[in-house]
Ligand binder design. Structure first.
Ligand code: C2E
Ligand code: CA
Ligand code: CA
Ligand code: CA
Length: 280
């Protein structure tokens, strides 16, 4: 038994070591990637549920890795948050997204798209965050109401009072706040009660199940009713087929996002979509 235990420990220690080394490597790689400008933003449309017209766009970061290709955010956002690099990465994302939106507004003067940018709690905790956003909007000449920051419930876990102050500061600038992945956390309703928000995004998991599970359908319907009563914009995430869009439409949910309406695409491809649509 002793030998077995030792062997088990050795394997455990080995994998601990491996994962620690991997984490360190990832941290170094991310730092280099920022320095080498290897991050890119892709853009996914957010559409009116009834007309399917593009009303907004969500910026989603990717890592254009020299050998591994396009790396999705799920592979590095967590590490960036743990190492604190998310602040620098988040700053880059926000600047790049606003710069791009400015360029689209200049090129397509008719466009009144709203820009959504994901923001992690680590970024919000930066005491200079609100000032940074204000300066960025002034520099790019973007109307603050164009910008919507998407946050998740997780931001409220550590210091809810402080975070509430940051969100108030952002809203005072005119920036909108969306609660992302709505319904997946522990106390989505209490956050709706306590904080002023502008938009809720119904998590994809509900949209996926609502046509096969009666309970899920009732929950989605109730979320939409609640959102309407609170004067919030409501976006259904992860709409992949026409049946889902029709079902979402029947709930009265105003906006849809998902592969059916458009996959995340490069800025150049998204511009072509804008050009082809009557948005531009
Ligand atoms: P999210 O904010 O919930 O973004 C939606 C995710 O769902 C995106 O994955 C998008 O590509 C995917 N998606 C959209 N429509 C559909 C659909 O119809 N079906 C399916 N199966 N998926 C769909 P992505 O781009 O891999 O991003 C994953 C997550 O990474 C995001 O989830 C967000 O939490 C985070 N993330 C992305 N960009 C950033 C960023 O710039 N900053 C921060 N802090 N987080 C980011
Ligand atoms: Ca999001
Ligand atoms: Ca989401
Ligand atoms: Ca998510």
């Amino acid at each position: 038994a002793k030998r077995h235990d030792t062997g088990g420990y050795a394997v455990f220690a080995g994998s601990m070591h491996d994962s620690a080394v991997k984490a360190l490597e990832l941290q170094t790689d991310l730092r280099n990637a920022l320095a080498r400008d290897e991050f890119v933003l892709h853009y996914q449309p957010i559409c009116d549920t009834v007309t399917a017209r593009i009303r907004g766009v969500e910026a989603l970061v990717r890592w254009q890795h020299p050998t591994r290709g396009l790396v999705p955010p799920g592979a590095f956002i967590g590490a960036a948050e743990e190492t604190g690099l998310i602040r620098e990465l988040g700053r880059w994302v926000l600047h790049e997204a606003c710069r791009q939106m400015r360029a689209w507004r200049d090129r397509f003067p008719e466009t009144d798209l709203r820009l959504s940018v994901n923001t992690s709690g680590e970024e919000l905790k930066d005491p200079r965050f609100v000032d940074g956003v204000r300066d960025l909007l002034a520099d790019t000449g973007l109307d603050p109401r164009v910008l919507q920051l998407e946050v998740t419930e997780a931001i409220f876990l550590q210091d809810p009072e402080y975070i509430a102050g940051i969100l108030d500061g952002l809203r005072a600038l005119g920036v909108r706040i969306a609660l992302d992945d709505f319904g997946t956390g522990y106390s989505s309703l209490s956050y709706l009660d306590r904080y002023r928000l502008d938009t809720i995004k119904i998590d994809r998991s509900f949209v996926t199940r609502m046509l096969t599970q009666r309970r899920t359908w009732e929950i989605v319907t109730a979320i939409v009713k609640l959102g309407q009563a609170l004067d919030l914009d409501i976006v259904a995430e992860g709409v992949e087929d026409e049946t889902q869009r029709q079902a979402i439409r029947a709930t009265g949910c105003g906006f849809v996002q998902g592969y059916l309406l458009g996959r995340p695409a490069s800025a150049a491809d998204f511009a072509r979509t804008l050009e082809a649509s009557d948005e531009a």
